[in-house]
Ligand binder design. Sequence first.
Ligand code: KG4
Ligand code: ZN
Length: 376
Amino acid sequence: MAPLADEPLVLGIETSCDETGVGVVRGTTLLADAVASSVDEHARFGGVVPEVASRAHLEAMVPTIERALATAGVSARDLDGIAVTAGPGLAGALLVGVSAAKAYAYALGKPLYGVNHLASHICVDQLEHGPLPEPTMALLVSGGHSSLLLAPDITADVRPLGATIDDAAGEAFDKIARVLQLGFPGGPVIDRLAREGDPAAIAFPRGLTGPRDAAYDFSFSGLKTSVARWIEARRAAGEEVPVRDVAASFQEAVVDVLTRKAVRACKDEGVDHLMIGGGVAANSRLRAMAEERCARAGITLRVPRPGLCTDNGAMVAALGAEMVARGRSASAFDLSADSSLPVTETHVPADAAHDAVHAAAHAHVHAHTVRERKGN
Ligand code: KG4
Ligand code: ZN
């Protein structure tokens, strides 16, 4: 469908981790999605190095913005707003995006929208499958987060139902890949090897699925230890490690828990749409099992294509465009990057009344977010 000219034209900037993403969106139509990744520079460290990421963002920022505008075939003067990830994420990395967004918005005289990274991950699906149903249940699984979120209004009301209490789902994939010496990032290679393995070969534990465990929280650290011990025992006995079976069985344990809890949350909350986003949403087994379990429960599943699941600028532009369309207030030019921005803060509006709400929300959710993004 051709975009309507009166729908908001927004540029979005994402720099919360290792991807410099710049997207251009008109309403719910994607016009450009330029991404420059520094992932190769982190590979030899086995994880994202914040200082390396910040420097790479700085170098990639202006060329990536220019590339996105050229691909979209629009001039910066035509924009109705500039959106940027204000948090959560790596502080130094976020700062580069926020500073760039401020500079462009100020120089061009355009409204600035500091938005939440997690809400953006959900909103991006509008570019693929049209307007989000209200409410939507979202399962966000990446290297930095694993959350179950209920979103009655993606621009103003996102509620955390559960999150990981230790490692993020993608982090677990990365760590197991490291133990198996498969390189970084681990998700794609484990996904590929698992297709040739037996998911029932080894019964790895399903974290936090006991009757007294928190229904919507996740834990992958016990699973990680269990897989590592299993591999060590094989190696100590001089036996060959069946890499494909380990990959398939590990992946099955992660995917089983993720889909089970997401479907349960939909049923409990009476929500008939589930969206899955974040880098791990690219996982083929996660997609297949979610499809199967949602179909059985009468839930419509929405998963954006892999390129929109991993961090990108289009998702930020998508949420920015929705903010403009719904008349949400813009951010002030003293907008700061907030590495632990609570998920309940869908954006950072300029009005003073908001400050009290922001402070209260921070006090409640801060501990959770910090725990969630802890790297180890
Ligand atoms: O969203 P993302 O690009 O960056 C953030 O962490 O925010 O997600 C990257 C994570 C990595 O941990 C990577 O191993 C994982 O997503 N990942 C996958 C797959 N593709 C990427 N995990 C499982 N299966 C995949 N196919
Ligand atoms: Zn992300």
